[in-house]
Design a protein around this ligand. Structure first.
Ligand SMILES: Nc1ncnc2c1ncn2[C@@H]1O[C@H](COP(=O)(O)OP(=O)(O)OP(=O)(O)O)[C@@H](O)[C@H]1O
Length: 310
């Protein structure tokens, strides 16, 4: 039984179809990246999974249960790191954790959770005074309470420094290794690549691709480009006659060869080196950013371009 299953899921706000006819399946134990530019419909989907909002049409099941009929049963097995959790109450970080543990009727050790997110030394400070990144760490610790069967992370690295991002990634890997399904929403492409088994790419409410990152690369034309710098201008070598070479251009001493897939590169280098002196080789594959832009064409008109994690 999949952990998440949506069929024909649609949510419209007036004229805007935030989510449109979404068929999504996330299997148990998967780390699933939910990728899309600003306004693609990621948070709306999460809100539908948890029955915070109701669909216009279609159905949602989590753990095989209808999200509208069993929201409480679903939520008690889910840990959520929402986008922009607001810490507005006059409580310390430790008190927030204690409160969340009590609310979930769980028996987690708050000290362990604080240690995991490196907040031990600041546990006694007011969470309202925490920096954005510290608040994000605290929210992450709260999402982990009671060992959830499904961990939903909405833009989890927001505000985190490199150490915080590393801890978050390692923790995601750890909980997934113990069988937790992770639904990881992000527009940080590299981050999704680093932690996810599969990704779904959402654009303007519609799922435009579901695959592994490598599979997605292939689906947008997993072209690899070679630049061969030659001792003399490399004219009319005939490299375009090789199987798998889709394009060639020559500029001064540099021959650029576009290959249908990376395995063709060795053939192309060998072929050229047998005919002229090659002094340098540069090889590139389609970047994730290119991939993302090809799939989403920049997202909803007028909205921000997707970010690429550094
Ligand atoms: N309550 C609402 N009322 C009206 N429109 C809404 C509402 N919630 C979301 N939308 C619209 O639905 C679309 C999808 O929004 P959503 O927040 O789900 O996107 P997102 O992928 O999470 O974006 P981001 O990456 O910027 O957080 C947007 O056009 C947004 O303006």
């Amino acid at each position: 039984m999949p952990t998440i299953e949506t069929r024909g899921l649609t949510k419209s706000f007036g004229d805007v179809d935030a989510v449109l006819d979404l068929d999504l399946t996330v299997e148990e134990g998967e780390v699933f990246g939910f990728l899309g530019p600003n306004g693609a419909g990621k948070s709306t989907t999460i809100n539908l999974l948890l029955d915070y909002i109701r669909p216009t049409s279609g159905r949602v099941e989590v753990f095989g249960m209808d999200a509208q009929r069993h929201p409480a049963k679903i939520r008690e097995r889910v840990g959520v790191l929402p986008e922009g959790y607001g810490f507005d109450d006059p409580l310390t970080g430790r008190e927030y954790l204690d409160w969340a543990i009590r609310t979930k009727d769980a028996d987690d050790d708050p000290a362990e959770l604080l240690d995991l997110v490196s907040l031990t030394d600041d546990a006694g400070r007011m969470a309202t005074d925490y920096s954005k990144g510290m608040q994000q760490r605290l929210a992450f610790a709260m999402a982990l309470i009671d060992d959830p069967d499904l961990l939903i992370l909405d833009e989890p690295s927001t505000g985190l420094d490199p150490n915080g991002i590393r801890t978050m990634r390692e923790t995601v890997a750890d909980v997934a290794a113990e069988g937790t399904t992770v639904f990881f929403s992000s527009h940080h492409l590299n981050e999704v690549e680093a932690v996810c088994d599969r990704v779904g790419v959402l654009n303007e409410g519609e799922l435009v691709a579901v695959d592994s990152i490598d599979g997605l690369r292939d689906s947008v034309g997993g072209h690899a480009t070679l630049e061969l710098r030659c001792a003399t201008p490399p004219r009319e070598l005939g490299v375009e006659t090789l199987d798998g070479v889709v394009d060639t251009t020559v500029e001064d001493h540099t021959l650029s060869v576009t290959c249908a897939d990376p395995t063709v590169k060795v053939d192309a280098i060998t072929y050229v080196a047998e005919r002229t002196e090659v002094v340098d080789v540069l090889s590139t594959t389609v970047s994730l950013e290119t991939l993302f832009n090809e799939l989403t064409e920049g997202g909803r008109e007028g909205e921000a371009a997707p970010e690429v994690a550094q």
